[in-house]
Design a protein around this ligand. Structure first.
Ligand code: PLP
Length: 360
């Protein structure tokens, strides 16, 4: 720790993202990127926006993008908040909605690990709720009354890294049990098979839905995410944003994101390609003896009863195949494997078959 640091820096445990090494013949199945590129229309729009107009600041309200998102979901633009990736949107949500005089944030013990990093950054206590034995979120754990009132609730749906999705009835029950606190549903993977809680906004003013263009729209490099909620909640997020960075999205990102949002045919085609490959991959892994959790995301979460998860991950790495392994209690035997192209999945399964055959 440097004497130049602020005091709280010593206590921070930053989020560790999946690695992005520069190696030839690398098969990257570790960060849930889409195996196919973004909509060609998005690429055209980005190129068309690369003009001398870049000398000007971008639209700080991202009006066109918020309109496109609102149209897609049948909402008003004042119900849409956009940010530099959904990670930034989440950071503003934690800062703006969950800092409530020491009350804890409720979340599953196994979920997107960035949530705990934000809690440490913003000094928000956590109440971790263990997943059920089958790794699903047990609704009654969130609806039964408890002594201290939480500051809010957050989970991903489908959950990460399990891939298991919740029904809208269950999300609705959680929101109804806590009408006075925000219930944030991180839908980073919703396009791959789960139902969106956007359908619940009319009935529940406390629901906040977070989306990203990084996964299903294959634009992780563009950094665009958004939140959808009641206009009063969005107004709060705008206050945080305008106290931090008024221009989170550059002009190229806004142009590309609008085109990507509007190209719904391309989104459907690309999601279908991934979900078909997911079914194949799950079958191939099961045939190799893996237990594969039921996934509605663009990754599968799988463990082998006879082979250590960490050892499998290291052995794959020697063959330039990256998957994600978490050294966390209860899930340290699992591999989180991004669904790639059918060829990617085949290369992975062949490598796994060899590793399993070699080690007793
Ligand atoms: C990938 C992911 C994000 C972050 O997405 P960005 O928009 O790229 O910042 C957020 N939440 C979950 C659950 C994710 O898997």
């Amino acid at each position: 720790m440097s004497r130049f640091w602020s005091d709280h820096l010593a206590d921070l445990t930053p989020y560790v993202a999946g690695e992005q090494p520069k190696v030839d013949n690398l098969l990257k199945l570790n960060t849930n990127e889409h195996p196919y590129g973004p909509s060609p229309r998005a690429l055209e729009a980005i190129k068309a926006a690369a003009t001398d107009q870049l000398r000007l600041y971008p639209d700080k309200e991202s009006v066109g993008l918020r309109q496109a998102i609102a149209e897609l979901h049948g909402l008003n633009p004042d119900q849409v908040f956009v940010g530099n990736g959904s990670d930034e949107v989440l950071a503003h949500i934690f800062n703006g909605l969950f800092r409530r005089s020491g009350r804890p944030l409720m979340m599953p013990d196994i979920t997107y690990s960035f949530y705990r990093t934000y809690c440490a950054l913003y000094k928000i206590p956590t109440r971790l709720v263990p997943l059920a034995d089958d790794f699903s979120i047990r609704v009654s754990d969130y609806t039964d009354s408890s002594p201290d009132s939480p500051a809010g609730i957050i989970f991903s749906n489908p959950n990460a890294p399990t891939g298991i999705a919740m029904s809208l009835e269950d999300i609705s029950a959680i929101a109804a049990a806590h009408p006075d606190i925000p219930v944030v549903v991180d839908e980073a993977y919703v396009d791959f098979g789960a139902q969106s809680a956007i359908a619940l906004l009319q009935a529940h003013a406390n629901i906040v839905v977070v989306h990203t263009l990084s996964k299903s729209r294959s634009l992780a490099g563009l950094r665009v995410g958004f939140a959808i909620a009641d206009a009063q909640i969005i107004e709060g997020l705008n206050r945080v944003k305008d106290s931090f960075n008024s221009y989170p999205l550059d002009s190229l990102a806004q142009a590309g994101a609008i085109a990507a949002i509007q190209d719904t045919d391309y989104l459907q085609k690309m999601c279908l390609a991934v979900t078909e490959a997911r079914t194949q991959l799950a079958q191939q892994l099961s045939a190799l003896g893996f237990e594969v959790l039921p996934s509605q995301a663009n990754f599968v979460f799988a463990r082998h009863p006879e082979h250590d998860g960490g050892a499998l991950s290291r052995a794959l790495r020697e063959q330039n195949i990256l998957v994600r392994h978490f050294t966390l209690a209860r899930i340290d035997q699992f591999l989180r494997i991004t669904v790639g192209t059918p060829e990617d999945c085949e290369r992975l399964c062949k490598a796994l078959a060899k590793i399993i055959a070699k080690t007793p």
